[in-house]
Design a protein around this ligand. Structure first.
Ligand SMILES: C[S@@+](CC[C@H](N)C(=O)[O-])C[C@H]1O[C@@H](n2cnc3c(N)ncnc32)[C@H](O)[C@@H]1O
Length: 208
Protein backbone atom coordinates (compact mmCIF):
# COMPACT_ATOMS: atom_id res chain seq x y z
CA UNK A 1 0.00 0.00 0.00
CA UNK A 2 1.24 3.48 -0.90
CA UNK A 3 1.20 5.39 2.38
CA UNK A 4 3.08 8.61 1.66
CA UNK A 5 4.00 11.11 -1.06
CA UNK A 6 7.49 9.61 -1.17
CA UNK A 7 6.12 6.12 -1.73
CA UNK A 8 3.68 7.41 -4.35
CA UNK A 9 6.47 9.08 -6.30
CA UNK A 10 8.63 5.94 -6.11
CA UNK A 11 5.68 3.90 -7.37
CA UNK A 12 5.34 6.26 -10.37
CA UNK A 13 9.11 6.20 -11.00
CA UNK A 14 8.96 2.40 -11.20
CA UNK A 15 6.24 2.62 -13.89
CA UNK A 16 7.50 5.58 -15.97
CA UNK A 17 10.78 6.74 -17.50
CA UNK A 18 12.50 9.94 -16.21
CA UNK A 19 11.16 12.20 -19.01
CA UNK A 20 7.62 11.08 -18.11
CA UNK A 21 8.23 11.92 -14.45
CA UNK A 22 9.48 15.37 -15.51
CA UNK A 23 6.28 15.90 -17.54
CA UNK A 24 4.16 14.80 -14.57
CA UNK A 25 6.01 17.28 -12.33
CA UNK A 26 5.19 20.02 -14.85
CA UNK A 27 1.54 18.86 -14.94
CA UNK A 28 1.39 19.10 -11.13
CA UNK A 29 2.70 22.67 -11.35
CA UNK A 30 0.11 23.60 -14.02
CA UNK A 31 -2.67 21.93 -11.99
CA UNK A 32 -1.75 23.98 -8.92
CA UNK A 33 -1.85 27.20 -10.95
CA UNK A 34 -5.14 26.36 -12.68
CA UNK A 35 -6.74 25.31 -9.40
CA UNK A 36 -6.48 28.94 -8.30
CA UNK A 37 -8.60 29.91 -11.34
CA UNK A 38 -11.19 27.12 -11.21
CA UNK A 39 -12.10 24.39 -8.76
CA UNK A 40 -10.57 21.35 -10.46
CA UNK A 41 -9.57 19.35 -7.37
CA UNK A 42 -9.82 19.99 -3.65
CA UNK A 43 -6.92 22.21 -2.61
CA UNK A 44 -6.19 19.82 0.29
CA UNK A 45 -5.57 17.03 -2.21
CA UNK A 46 -2.73 19.04 -3.76
CA UNK A 47 -0.71 18.42 -0.58
CA UNK A 48 -0.85 14.70 -1.47
CA UNK A 49 -0.91 15.11 -5.22
CA UNK A 50 1.35 12.15 -6.10
CA UNK A 51 -0.73 9.80 -3.95
CA UNK A 52 -4.24 11.16 -4.56
CA UNK A 53 -3.98 11.94 -8.25
CA UNK A 54 -0.82 10.75 -10.03
CA UNK A 55 -0.24 7.28 -8.52
CA UNK A 56 -3.99 6.85 -8.16
CA UNK A 57 -4.27 7.26 -11.96
CA UNK A 58 -1.13 5.35 -12.98
CA UNK A 59 -2.06 2.32 -10.86
CA UNK A 60 -4.63 1.47 -13.56
CA UNK A 61 -1.69 0.35 -15.72
CA UNK A 62 -1.22 -2.61 -13.36
CA UNK A 63 -4.49 -4.04 -14.68
CA UNK A 64 -4.03 -3.80 -18.45
CA UNK A 65 -1.22 -4.78 -20.84
CA UNK A 66 1.02 -1.74 -21.31
CA UNK A 67 0.42 -1.29 -25.07
CA UNK A 68 -3.41 -1.48 -24.87
CA UNK A 69 -5.11 1.45 -26.65
CA UNK A 70 -7.30 3.38 -27.44
CA UNK A 71 -8.59 4.48 -24.03
CA UNK A 72 -11.70 6.52 -23.29
CA UNK A 73 -11.88 8.44 -19.99
CA UNK A 74 -15.43 9.36 -18.96
CA UNK A 75 -15.83 12.70 -17.17
CA UNK A 76 -12.11 13.56 -17.16
CA UNK A 77 -12.48 16.74 -15.09
CA UNK A 78 -8.98 17.82 -14.06
CA UNK A 79 -7.53 14.89 -16.02
CA UNK A 80 -7.67 11.92 -13.69
CA UNK A 81 -7.08 9.24 -14.66
CA UNK A 82 -6.92 9.58 -18.47
CA UNK A 83 -4.81 12.70 -18.96
CA UNK A 84 -2.26 11.60 -16.34
CA UNK A 85 -1.75 8.26 -18.11
CA UNK A 86 -1.60 10.06 -21.48
CA UNK A 87 1.14 12.41 -20.19
CA UNK A 88 3.12 9.43 -18.89
CA UNK A 89 2.65 7.35 -22.05
CA UNK A 90 2.10 9.70 -25.01
CA UNK A 91 2.39 6.84 -27.53
CA UNK A 92 -0.98 5.48 -26.36
CA UNK A 93 -4.20 6.84 -27.84
CA UNK A 94 -6.66 8.60 -25.50
CA UNK A 95 -10.15 10.10 -25.75
CA UNK A 96 -11.03 12.40 -22.87
CA UNK A 97 -14.74 13.23 -22.48
CA UNK A 98 -15.77 16.21 -20.37
CA UNK A 99 -18.86 18.39 -20.58
CA UNK A 100 -17.92 21.48 -18.51
CA UNK A 101 -16.47 24.22 -20.71
CA UNK A 102 -13.73 25.51 -18.40
CA UNK A 103 -12.56 21.99 -17.69
CA UNK A 104 -12.54 21.22 -21.40
CA UNK A 105 -10.35 24.31 -21.97
CA UNK A 106 -7.98 23.15 -19.21
CA UNK A 107 -7.72 19.62 -20.66
CA UNK A 108 -7.13 20.93 -24.20
CA UNK A 109 -4.53 23.40 -22.89
CA UNK A 110 -2.57 20.60 -21.21
CA UNK A 111 -2.83 18.39 -24.32
CA UNK A 112 -1.44 21.29 -26.38
CA UNK A 113 1.26 22.11 -23.79
CA UNK A 114 2.68 18.58 -23.95
CA UNK A 115 1.86 18.17 -27.67
CA UNK A 116 -0.02 14.94 -26.96
CA UNK A 117 -0.86 14.08 -30.55
CA UNK A 118 -2.63 10.84 -29.63
CA UNK A 119 -4.89 12.50 -27.07
CA UNK A 120 -8.26 13.94 -28.17
CA UNK A 121 -10.54 16.00 -25.95
CA UNK A 122 -14.31 15.73 -26.53
CA UNK A 123 -15.95 18.83 -25.06
CA UNK A 124 -19.46 17.47 -24.81
CA UNK A 125 -21.67 15.18 -22.81
CA UNK A 126 -20.75 11.53 -23.20
CA UNK A 127 -24.25 10.88 -24.50
CA UNK A 128 -23.35 12.96 -27.59
CA UNK A 129 -20.04 11.28 -28.40
CA UNK A 130 -20.26 8.99 -31.40
CA UNK A 131 -19.78 5.29 -30.62
CA UNK A 132 -16.41 3.75 -31.43
CA UNK A 133 -14.74 0.59 -30.15
CA UNK A 134 -12.37 1.24 -27.23
CA UNK A 135 -9.80 -1.11 -25.75
CA UNK A 136 -9.91 0.56 -22.32
CA UNK A 137 -12.80 2.37 -20.65
CA UNK A 138 -11.84 4.22 -17.48
CA UNK A 139 -13.65 6.64 -15.21
CA UNK A 140 -13.02 8.04 -11.74
CA UNK A 141 -15.87 9.64 -9.80
CA UNK A 142 -18.02 9.86 -12.93
CA UNK A 143 -21.37 8.21 -12.11
CA UNK A 144 -22.89 5.33 -10.13
CA UNK A 145 -21.89 1.99 -11.66
CA UNK A 146 -25.26 1.16 -13.20
CA UNK A 147 -25.52 4.55 -14.92
CA UNK A 148 -21.87 4.48 -15.96
CA UNK A 149 -22.31 1.10 -17.66
CA UNK A 150 -25.54 2.03 -19.40
CA UNK A 151 -23.97 5.27 -20.76
CA UNK A 152 -20.75 3.67 -21.96
CA UNK A 153 -21.35 -0.02 -22.86
CA UNK A 154 -21.72 1.06 -26.49
CA UNK A 155 -17.94 1.81 -26.54
CA UNK A 156 -17.08 -1.74 -25.45
CA UNK A 157 -16.30 -4.95 -27.34
CA UNK A 158 -15.57 -8.46 -26.03
CA UNK A 159 -11.90 -7.33 -25.67
CA UNK A 160 -12.48 -4.08 -23.81
CA UNK A 161 -10.85 -3.60 -20.39
CA UNK A 162 -12.88 -1.68 -17.79
CA UNK A 163 -10.88 0.22 -15.15
CA UNK A 164 -13.21 2.02 -12.76
CA UNK A 165 -11.74 3.48 -9.54
CA UNK A 166 -14.82 3.57 -7.33
CA UNK A 167 -13.47 4.57 -3.95
CA UNK A 168 -15.05 3.07 -0.89
CA UNK A 169 -18.29 2.11 -2.62
CA UNK A 170 -16.73 -0.31 -5.13
CA UNK A 171 -17.78 -3.64 -3.58
CA UNK A 172 -21.22 -2.35 -2.61
CA UNK A 173 -21.95 -0.90 -6.06
CA UNK A 174 -20.93 -4.13 -7.76
CA UNK A 175 -22.90 -6.28 -5.31
CA UNK A 176 -26.05 -4.34 -6.23
CA UNK A 177 -25.75 -5.29 -9.92
CA UNK A 178 -27.52 -8.27 -11.50
CA UNK A 179 -25.65 -11.57 -11.76
CA UNK A 180 -25.00 -11.03 -15.49
CA UNK A 181 -23.01 -7.85 -14.67
CA UNK A 182 -21.31 -9.33 -11.61
CA UNK A 183 -19.99 -12.13 -13.85
CA UNK A 184 -18.10 -9.59 -15.99
CA UNK A 185 -16.50 -7.54 -13.17
CA UNK A 186 -14.62 -7.93 -9.91
CA UNK A 187 -13.09 -5.53 -7.38
CA UNK A 188 -9.35 -5.03 -6.91
CA UNK A 189 -7.84 -3.21 -3.92
CA UNK A 190 -6.61 0.34 -4.68
CA UNK A 191 -2.88 0.82 -4.04
CA UNK A 192 -3.42 4.39 -2.86
CA UNK A 193 -6.25 3.98 -0.35
CA UNK A 194 -6.67 0.85 1.75
CA UNK A 195 -10.44 1.33 1.88
CA UNK A 196 -10.94 1.98 -1.83
CA UNK A 197 -11.52 -0.45 -4.67
CA UNK A 198 -11.26 -0.49 -8.45
CA UNK A 199 -14.01 -2.23 -10.41
CA UNK A 200 -12.22 -4.20 -13.12
CA UNK A 201 -13.78 -6.09 -16.00
CA UNK A 202 -13.33 -7.34 -19.52
CA UNK A 203 -15.93 -7.56 -22.25
CA UNK A 204 -19.24 -6.03 -23.26
CA UNK A 205 -21.60 -5.98 -20.29
CA UNK A 206 -25.25 -6.93 -20.94
CA UNK A 207 -26.83 -3.63 -19.91
CA UNK A 208 -30.42 -2.60 -20.57
C1 LIG B 1 -16.52 14.35 -9.92
S1 LIG B 1 -15.77 14.86 -11.41
C2 LIG B 1 -14.43 13.73 -11.55
C3 LIG B 1 -13.35 14.25 -12.44
C4 LIG B 1 -12.13 13.33 -12.59
N1 LIG B 1 -12.47 12.09 -13.27
C5 LIG B 1 -11.49 13.05 -11.25
O1 LIG B 1 -11.60 11.95 -10.75
O2 LIG B 1 -10.85 13.97 -10.70
C6 LIG B 1 -16.91 14.28 -12.65
C7 LIG B 1 -16.70 14.95 -14.00
O3 LIG B 1 -17.55 14.33 -14.96
C8 LIG B 1 -18.11 15.34 -15.78
N2 LIG B 1 -19.37 14.79 -16.29
C9 LIG B 1 -20.47 14.43 -15.58
N3 LIG B 1 -21.42 13.92 -16.38
C10 LIG B 1 -20.92 13.96 -17.65
C11 LIG B 1 -21.42 13.55 -18.94
N4 LIG B 1 -22.63 13.01 -19.07
N5 LIG B 1 -20.62 13.72 -20.02
C12 LIG B 1 -19.38 14.25 -19.89
N6 LIG B 1 -18.85 14.65 -18.70
C13 LIG B 1 -19.61 14.51 -17.60
C14 LIG B 1 -18.29 16.53 -14.85
O4 LIG B 1 -18.35 17.76 -15.55
C15 LIG B 1 -17.04 16.41 -13.97
O5 LIG B 1 -15.96 17.16 -14.47
Amino acid sequence: MIASEEEARSFCEALCDPPAIARLERFIHLLGEENEQQNLVSSASLHHVWQRHIADSLQLLLHVPRETSPWIDLGSGAGMPGLVVAIAFPDLSFNLVESRKRRVAWLQGVVDHFDLQQCRVYGSRLENVESAPMQVICARAFAPLEKLLSLSARFSTPDTHWLLPKGRSAAQELAEQPESIRATFHVEQSRTDCEAGIVIGKGRPPVR
